[in-house]
Design a protein around this ligand. Structure first.
Ligand code: A3P
Length: 318
């Protein structure tokens, strides 16, 4: 019901009070909106894009549940798409964090709609909403969707570290232990969770609409990033020419967007986003399997089994 009725703040308040809510700490909650646990700070923005965002056929939408390689994919897609506009040595990625170059619809569209409406095509935009919550036009027009996901154990550990880094006062280890984040995630309660619903929504849609949705996994990219750079370019309608391949452009893009390179750029070491968040929080370790260093084997086994059950029969595994 909610969306159509939302014309003013009163209705938002009314909607909020009717939604199931889980508190992370004082003043910070997740609301269960249309089956998805949306952080309170993004809920208005999510409702707003559902209502107002008009996708274009030329749009490229990067979708992900947080901590699944969003930053990496923003860098890769931006560079691949803009490689004829800028020499790689002058690409804005060297001076700006990927999140400044590829706006996050869930918060920025409501705040500054015209800045996104006025972007020239092809626009590269991002969202964390599950497939079922995407603005209608995104699904019906010819825009392309790139989805990235990641092993749920690594994603969870990355998410926990991100919360600790972003909200140090509220999340001292004592108040916000990994055990708490783990237990909530097992109930599906995490930013834009449940995890399984998020990945399954895009997985199923990607099987039905192969030219529209490219489903990627962080681990696959780590294993062979050059292959995926090539694949992304083809999917996005700007394949590499024979000459580009010969000149080593694919490898150069992979290297430019690599964790070590981006992490060590001055802008990502000392810069901040307009929101005040340090750019460095988006570059922690960048390793596959880091969850082993944090989760006990009983936690890992439990979560692995849970995810396996939830994905059973879908053909998707981690
Ligand atoms: P870790 O916390 O495991 O290090 P997102 O971008 O979706 O927020 O995901 C963040 C995760 O991706 C973090 O994982 C971060 O270190 C990693 N990451 C960021 N940039 C990366 C890159 N260029 N290559 C590989 N991993 C990257």
């Amino acid at each position: 019901s909610g969306v159509e009725e939302l014309t003013n703040n009163d209705n938002i308040e009314e909607l909020l009070s009717s939604l199931p809510c889980e508190k992370l700490w004082d003043n910070y909650s997740l609301y269960l909106y249309q089956g998805c646990w949306v952080p309170s700070i993004f809920l208005n923005g999510v409702i707003y894009i559902q209502k107002h965002f008009q996708a274009r056929d030329t749009d490229i939408i990067l979708a992900s549940i947080p901590k699944s390689g969003t930053t990496w994919l923003k860098a890769l897609i931006f560079t691949i798409v803009n490689r004829s506009r800028y020499a790689l040595s002058e690409i804005p990625l060297l001076a700006s964090n990927p999140h400044e170059l590829v706006p996050f619809l869930d918060n920025s569209y409501m705040k500054n709609r015209s800045s996104i409406d006025n972007l020239s095509s092809p626009r590269i935009l991002s969202t964390h909403v599950p497939f079922a919550l995407l603005p209608h036009s995104t699904v019906t027009c010819n825009s392309r969707i790139v989805y990235t996901c990641r092993n749920p154990l690594d994603q969870l550990v990355s998410y926990w570290h991100f919360l600790l880094a972003l909200y140090p006062e509220q999340t001292t280890m004592r108040l916000f232990p990994l055990e708490k984040v783990f237990e909530m995630a097992c109930q599906g309660v995490q930013f834009y969770g449940p995890f399984w619903k998020h990945v399954l929504g895009y997985w199923k849609a990607s099987l039905e609409q192969t030219g529209k949705i490219l489903f990627l996994k962080y681990e696959d990219l780590e294993e062979d990033v050059n292959f995926h750079v090539k694949r992304l370019a083809e999917f996005l309608g700007c394949p590499f020419s024979v000459d580009e391949e010969r000149r080593g452009v694919i490898k150069a893009i992979s290297k430019l967007c690599s964790f070590d390179h981006l992490k060590n750029l001055e802008v990502n070491k000392s810069g901040k986003l307009p929101s005040g968040h340090a750019n460095s929080t988006f570059f922690r370790k960048g390793k596959v399997g880091d969850s082993r260093n944090y989760l006990t084997s009983s936690m890992s086994n439990h979560l692995e089994k849970l995810i396996e059950d939830k994905l059973n029969g879908s053909g998707l595994t981690f």
